[in-house]
Design a protein. Structure first.
Length: 246
């Protein structure tokens, strides 16, 4: 169930007012940065913050109407994101908006098909080692073009693509190769995207840096599916949700 927390909204608004007053009094960047309390301190709190933010977004009650000068200044000293999101490059999937989070809250890694590759894994490793987030989310989305290509292109058509495109498709193809028969095209596409998300979560959990952080309890590694038409995110958290079938 998606949650909406009015008390948390009020606390964020009060924090922004405090920041504004500090700025008016000519506070230093260090003083402004210290006021920015972490949004989440545990994996459970981090997942909950993303769920609540998405509930505000798809419910039409976002807090974030833009980034104020005070918010920007509060991030100069350093960043302390509570979440890492490996999302798709698709222009219809603006991660910070989808989760209604402000600057400094989400370390976003975007690549077509939200695939785990040496470069995306390296970015995630950097965040885990140096920024100390509490959740890593692999988020696919409705109507993903990269997943559709992996599902529909013939081997000959794939060979005709650029080297980079071939590598992307090769990351996704194992997840969508043996999908169960689903007659409804939209439902089949959703199942393909979720299957790919599961595969990428599986690959990410095998990464040494990620697995070490999991073992320490620093992070959770989960999946998600963003429905563009509604704005809602479905979270894949349990081991059953994330089980790779093929």
């Amino acid at each position: 169930m998606r949650e909406y927390d009015e008390q948390e909204d009020d606390e964020l608004i009060q924090q922004d007012l405090q920041l504004s007053e500090l700025a008016k009094r000519g506070a230093t960047m260090e003083e402004i940065a210290r006021l920015r309390e972490p949004v989440a301190r545990t994996p459970e709190e981090a997942v909950r913050a993303l769920k609540i933010g998405n509930a505000r977004f798809y419910g039409g009650r976002p807090l974030r109407q833009g980034y104020s000068p005070v918010e920007r200044r509060s991030q100069i000293i350093g960043q302390t994101p509570f979440a890492v999101v490996l999302g798709c490059s698709d222009s219809r999937v603006p991660t910070e908006y989808v989760f209604d989070q402000g600057p400094g809250h989400i370390f976003t890694v975007r690549v077509a098909g939200n695939v785990v590759s040496p470069s995306t894994a390296g970015s995630i490793e950097y965040a885990i080692r140096h920024l100390k987030p509490h959740v890593v989310v692999v988020m696919g989305h409705e109507g993903c073009g990269a997943v559709h290509a992996a599902m529909t292109l013939s081997e000959e058509e794939v060979r005709g693509e650029s080297e980079g495109m071939r590598r992307l498709i090769e990351c996704i193809a194992p997840a969508v190769r043996d999908l169960p028969p689903i007659r409804d095209a939209k439902a089949r596409m959703r199942e393909a995207v979720i299957a790919s998300v599961r595969r990428q979560v599986h690959e990410l959990r095998r990464n040494e840096t990620v697995s070490d952080a999991l073992a320490r309890g620093q992070i959770a590694v989960i999946g998600a599916y963003y429905e563009i038409s509604s704005g809602a995110v479905d979270f894949l958290e349990s081991e059953e949700d994330l089980r790779v079938d093929n």
